[in-house]
Design a protein around this ligand. Structure first.
Ligand code: E4P
Length: 219
């Protein structure tokens, strides 16, 4: 299972990368705005910096256009920035066409804002590298986000699609644990949710006891 970090914050990306477990980064226009990154040149430079921090990992950069021509123009520009860039495209009609076009040119794509299994199937048929179903946003409206991950994993396995299921909109550590159980290919999560995986009080208590016992005899 691959771990992506879901942020445009360079410090958090460095911290996750330094752990040695980071496989990539996902961003979106809201995450870029949260870091105060604006203007085309700054945005492009920020993507490049992220690619340079993550050793060899995929970095999703989202298009702003909503029409086919605009999406492929932006997609080609983004892909030319760095070999690690994956062009993130919304699950709308022109988006599916743009995914088909870009994937036929060998450009990696991530179909975002997936909220049902039909959208995921269309993106896979168009050749998307990743589909991003949004777990937390479905949970927020009393729908079952994890059930959607399970359904897409099942459909892709059943029909043999290579498209990877990238569980997004992850709110907490248990979402990650459940995605592992279900068999999501990738989880993209905030740093605190990833760090939560390593927390266990018995680990801390056990370590303290080992150190205390050692120090009793080794003054
Ligand atoms: C990442 O690919 C998505 O854009 C992101 O996970 C959305 O998360 P949110 O629902 O917390 O905004």
């Amino acid at each position: 299972m691959k771990f992506f970090i879901d942020t445009a914050n360079l410090e958090q990306i460095k911290e996750a990368n330094d752990l040695g477990i980071l496989d990539g980064v996902t961003t979106n226009p809201s995450l870029m705005a949260k870091e105060g990154i604006s203007g085309k040149e700054n945005i492009m430079n920020h993507y490049k910096t992220i690619c340079e921090i993550v050793d060899g990992g995929d970095v999703s950069a989202e298009v702003i256009s909503t029409d086919f021509e605009g999406m492929i123009r932006e997609g080609e520009e983004l892909a030319a920035l760095h070999e690690q860039i994956v062009v993130k495209i919304p699950a709308i009609k022109d988006g599916i066409k743009a995914i088909k076009y870009l994937s036929s040119k060998g450009i990696k794509t991530n179909c975002t804002l997936i909220f049902n299994v039909g959208q995921a199937l269309l993106a896979a048929k168009a050749g998307a590298t990743y589909v991003s179903p949004f777990v937390g946003r479905l949970d927020d409206i009393s729908s079952d986000g994890l059930q959607l991950i399970q359904d897409i994993v099942h459909v892709f396995n059943y029909y043999g699609y290579d498209t990877q299921v990238l569980a997004a909109s992850i709110r907490h550590t248990m979402h990650i644990v459940e995605c592992m159980r279900i068999g999501a290919d990738v989880v993209t999560a905030p740093l605190n949710a990833i760090m939560g995986l390593m927390k266990h009080p018995l680990t801390d208590i056990g370590l303290q006891k080992f150190l205390d016992d050692y120090h009793k005899l080794n003054k």
